[in-house]
Design a protein around this ligand. Structure first.
Ligand SMILES: [Zn+2]
Length: 449
C-alpha cells in the first residue's frame, strides 16, 4: 500500500513540473513549504510522544514490582528455627526485607500474597544433573543437539513446577547448554537457573569417554586447553572425570582457578583402577567438590574435611541402580560395592561436617525418575541420620555454596535472589510435602500452580 502511494505522488509531481508554468512553480514551492512545516510538526509530536514513553519506562525501571508475602512460616535455608507469621518483601528480582510481620510493614501498593497456614522455603538446587541425558540407546546414537536441547528444557520446566529453581549440569552437549543459557539471557525462554560445565573432561577411554557431553584429552597441556575451551564456550564450571594423573588434574585446576571457574571431580568408580586413588589425586590437585561417595578411605575423607572440599553424594541414583541390578558385577564381586558402602561413606562425611549438596544424576533410562528423585535424595539423607532442617540446608544454602553463589542464592535473606517456594504443608513433618508447591517465585516472577 505504501509503495503504491509513493508511486502516485511522484507521478503527480512529474506532471506539475512538465507544465513549466511560473504560477504552478510558485504553488508547488509554497505547497512544499507547507508540507515541510507539517512534516516538522509531525516529527516533533512523535518525538515528544517517544520521550514521554521513555520517561514512563524509566520510571518503571526505577520502581520495580514489589511483592509482599504475608503470614507464612518461613524456613529460610540457613538452618535457623522456622519463623511463624513472617513477612517477606520482594523488589524486582531481589529479596528486599525479611522479618516477623509484627516488626516490618509491607510497602503501600505491594502485590500481596497471603501465606497464612503455609510454609515458605528457598528454591531448591540440584548440584548434579545431566539435562540432555538420553532416554534410550537409540537416542544416544541418533540424537540431535536440537532435540537434546528441548529435552533439557522439558526437565528444567518440570523442576520449576516442583520448586527446584537452579541446577548445575555436570556434563551435557556444549551446544545445547550454550543455547539454553543464551535463550534465557535474550528472554526467549523463561525457566530455572542453569549453571553448566559443558563437556566433562576425561582421558581417552576414561569415565564418560564417548558420552555426548564429554571431551577426552591426554596430558597436562591438553587438559589445560580443554578447560580453556570450556571457558571460551562461556562456561563457569568445570567437571573432570577419572582417570587422570596428578599432573593432568593439577593443570585443569590451575587453569580453572586462573580463569575464575569452579571445578569439581567425579569421585572413583569403575574407572578408578587403584581405589581410592583418583579421589585423592583430585583433592590433592585442588578441586572444590567430589561427586558421589565411591570407595574413599578415612585418609581421603580427612583430606576432604581439611581442604573443605564439598561432596554431592547422589545416593538415590545408586540405590535405583542396585535395585535394577545395573551395577557392574566386577565392582560388586571384586571391589565389594553395595549400597551399604555408599551409606557408610555418607555417615563418615556427615560426621566430618563436610558440606553436602543434593544431586540427582539420573541418566539414560533413569531419567524417568525425575522429578521425584530430587525429593527421594532428600529423604535418603534424612534416613541416614540428618535432621530434616539439615537436609533442607543441603538443598538450599549448601547447593548455593557448591555453585560458588552463596552470596546470591540459597537462602531467604535481604539482598539475595528472589527464588522461593510456598508449600501447603509442613516439610519438616514429612518430605512428602515437598515437590508440589502452590507458588514458585523465580527472579521475582510469580508462578502459581
Ligand atoms: Zn553424573
Amino acid at each position: 500500500m505504501q509503495v503504491k502511494t509513493k508511486l502516485s505522488t511522484s507521478k503527480s509531481k512529474h506532471l506539475v513540473k512538465s507544465k513549466g508554468c511560473l504560477t504552478s512553480n510558485f504553488i508547488l514551492k509554497s505547497s512544499r513549504v507547507v508540507v515541510f512545516i507539517f512534516s516538522l510538526a509531525a516529527i516533533l509530536l512523535v518525538t515528544i510522544q517517544l520521550m514521554a514513553q521513555a520517561n514512563v519506562s524509566n520510571e518503571q525501571k526505577v520502581k520495580p514490582a514489589v511483592i509482599a508475602i504475608v503470614g507464612g512460616t518461613l524456613i529460610d535455608g540457613t538452618g535457623k528455627e522456622p519463623l511463624a507469621n513472617a513477612l517477606i518483601i520482594i523488589e524486582g528480582d531481589k529479596i528486599k526485607a525479611v522479618g516477623p510481620a509484627s516488626k516490618i510493614k509491607a510497602p503501600e501498593g505491594a502485590q500481596k500474597i497471603e501465606a497464612a497456614g503455609k510454609w515458605i522455603l528457598p528454591g531448591f538446587i540440584d548440584c548434579h544433573i545431566h539435562l540432555t541425558s538420553e532416554t534410550s540407546d537409540l537416542e544416544y546414537y541418533r540424537d540431535s543437539n536440537s532435540l537434546a536441547t528441548l529435552r533439557a528444557l522439558q526437565l528444567m520446566n518440570m523442576y520449576l513446577r516442583c520448586g527446584v529453581t537452579a541446577v548445575r549440569d555436570v556434563g551435557s552437549h556444549v551446544e545445547a547448554m550454550q543455547a539454553l543459557v543464551q535463550a534465557q539471557k535474550k528472554g526467549y525462554i523463561d525457566s530455572i537457573r542453569l549453571y553448566p560445565c559443558g563437556d566433562l573432561i576425561t582421558i581417552t577411554g576414561g569415565h564418560g569417554y564417548g558420552m555426548h557431553g564429554s571431551l577426552a584429552v591426554d596430558g597436562p597441556w591438553e587438559w589445560r586447553k580443554a578447560v580453556r575451551q570450556m571457558y571460551a564456550a562461556g562456561f563457569k564450571h568445570i567437571k573432570i572425570s577419572p582417570q587422570f594423573t596428578l599432573e593432568e588434574a593439577k593443570a585443569a585446576v590451575e587453569e580453572a582457578k586462573m580463569l575464575g571457574l569452579h571445578i569439581t571431580a567425579h569421585g572413583g568408580g569403575f574407572s578408578d583402577t587403584m581405589p581410592p586413588t583418583m579421589t585423592k589425586v583430585a583433592i590433592k590437585a585442588g578441586v572444590e567438590c567430589i561427586e558421589h561417595l565411591n570407595e574413599m578411605d578415612d585418609e581421603t575423607l580427612d583430606m576432604m574435611a581439611r581442604h573443605q572440599v564439598f561432596n554431592v553424594p547422589t545416593l538415590y541414583t545408586y540405590y535405583a541402580s542396585y535395585q535394577r541390578n545395573d551395577i557392574n558385577r566386577f565392582l560388586i564381586e571384586k571391589r565389594h560395592w553395595s549400597m551399604a558402602m555408599h551409606e557408610t561413606l555418607f555417615k563418615k562425611v556427615y560426621k566430618r561436617k563436610i558440606v553436602m549438596g543434593i544431586g540427582t544424576d539420573a541418566n539414560g533410562e533413569y531419567r524417568e525418575l525425575y522429578p521425584r528423585i530430587y525429593f527421594e535424595e532428600m529423604k535418603y539423607f534424612a534416613r541416614l541420620g540428618m535432621k530434616p532442617m539439615e537436609v533442607i540446608v543441603c538443598a538450599t544454602r549448601n547447593g548455593a555454596r557448591i555453585l560458588g553463589l552463596e552470596d546470591e542464592l540459597g537462602t531467604i535473606e535481604a539482598g539475595k535472589a528472589a527464588d522461593l517456594q510456598i508449600l501447603n504443608a509442613d516439610p519438616l513433618k514429612s518430605f512428602d510435602n515437598l515437590g508440589s508447591p502452590e507458588v514458585v517465585i523465580l527472579r521475582g516472577r510469580v508462578y502459581k500452580f
